[in-house]
Design a protein around this ligand. Structure first.
Ligand SMILES: NC(=O)c1ccc[n+]([C@@H]2O[C@H](COP(=O)([O-])OP(=O)(O)OC[C@H]3O[C@@H](n4cnc5c(N)ncnc54)[C@H](OP(=O)(O)O)[C@@H]3O)[C@@H](O)[C@H]2O)c1
Length: 292
């Protein structure tokens, strides 16, 4: 069984970015790339994710700024985004999700300048991704999964990929990316969700299962064909008296049993998570080149 170690691959990607930036910045380039993260809640998980992103930016030489705000209405956030869109020193804008319930998510995501949309959530980028346009900003988590599979030479073309979960940030864009008529793609994709009645049967027919749900032990060994590849996107905090913090992070997959059956699997943590952050850095570099 091969462990698909996202940390190793993310480190390699980050080192490449760091090297590229030190080359760029020793030349004529007047400033490093700049990413601004908008944080609209004091939810500890969001704070934690933003901190990790800021740290990763710092490691590779990307300047980052966190704007913490508590918008009373959508308009406030839209005005803030307008000012960042106009600010020539800002390359990438990241809206940390989830937003407070009273804020209109789709208006906010549509307000970000598509050329600064490093999360790849603006409809223009979603549309370009749908068309297979390489100039689009692709959402970080599915892009990270694709890069991880490529690194470990897991070719999805001609394979049946089952994606469990159809969110706009993971399941749907991953399906769209893997089904493209392009190198490293050409998969036959099935997308399952809450209304899928025969999940076990569908998963058993998969060469590759990607689970992006957020339910521990959703994917059990009796749902996985021997030799399949399993990518676990789910992250759930569960109580664990054996850890110092009193909790641990688990994925959707019953790792212990499933890892006995598969040819390759991602761990949680240390699988898809680090790849998501590495792709955010890559997208920020892409936006930087668009703006200079
Ligand atoms: N590692 C990373 O970098 C990373 C990044 C993003 C997300 N995540 C994690 O990935 C998980 C999913 O995130 P998300 O934002 O995509 O979640 P989400 O928006 O809540 O979507 C979850 C999806 O799972 C489906 N689902 C729920 N119960 C199901 C079941 N019993 N059988 C089949 N499908 C079921 C839902 O179906 P319906 O559409 O029918 O409701 C929905 O499509 C979470 O644990 C999140 O923390 C990790």
């Amino acid at each position: 069984m091969k462990l698909l170690d996202g940390k190793i691959v993310a480190d390699l990607v980050q080192k490449e970015i760091q090297k590229e930036l030190s080359r760029e910045l020793s030349g004529m380039q007047p400033r490093p790339p700049c990413l601004v993260a908008l944080l609209t809640t004091d939810d500890p998980a969001s704070l934690h994710y933003v901190k990790r992103k800021v740290h990763a930016c710092h490691e590779v030489g990307i300047t980052s700024r966190v704007i913490q705000c508590n918008p009373k209405e959508t308009k406030e956030l839209l005005e803030l985004i307008d000012s960042l869109n106009e600010d020539v020193s800002v390359d990438g804008i990241l809206i940390q999700l989830p937003l407070p319930l009273h804020v209109n998510l789709s208006q906010v995501l549509q307000r970000v300048d598509p050329r600064k949309d490093v999360d790849g959530f603006h409809p223009i980028n979603v549309g370009k991704m749908f068309l297979g346009d390489p100039d689009a900003f692709y959402p970080c988590t599915p892009l990270g999964i694709k890069v991880l599979l490529e690194y470990y030479k897991i070719d999805v073309s001609t394979k049946h990929v089952v994606i469990v979960g159809r969110s706009n940030i993971v399941g749907k864009p991953l399906a769209c990316m893997l089904m493209q008529n392009a190198p490293g793609c050409n998969a036959t994709v099935t997308v399952a969700h809450r209304h899928t009645t025969n999940l076990q049967e569908i998963c058993l027919a998969a060469d590759v299962i990607v689970s992006a749900v957020g339910k521990p032990n959703l994917i059990t060994a009796d749902m996985v064909k021997p030799g399949a590849v399993v990518v676990d996107v789910g992250i759930t905090k569960v109580a664990d008296a054996n850890t110092k913090s009193g909790f641990k992070l688990v994925g959707d997959v019953d790792y212990r049993a499933v890892s006995q059956k598969v040819s390759a699997i991602t761990p949680v943590p240390g699988g898809v998570g680090p790849m998501t952050i590495a792709m955010l850095l890559k997208n920020t570099l892409k936006s930087f080149y668009l703006h200079r």
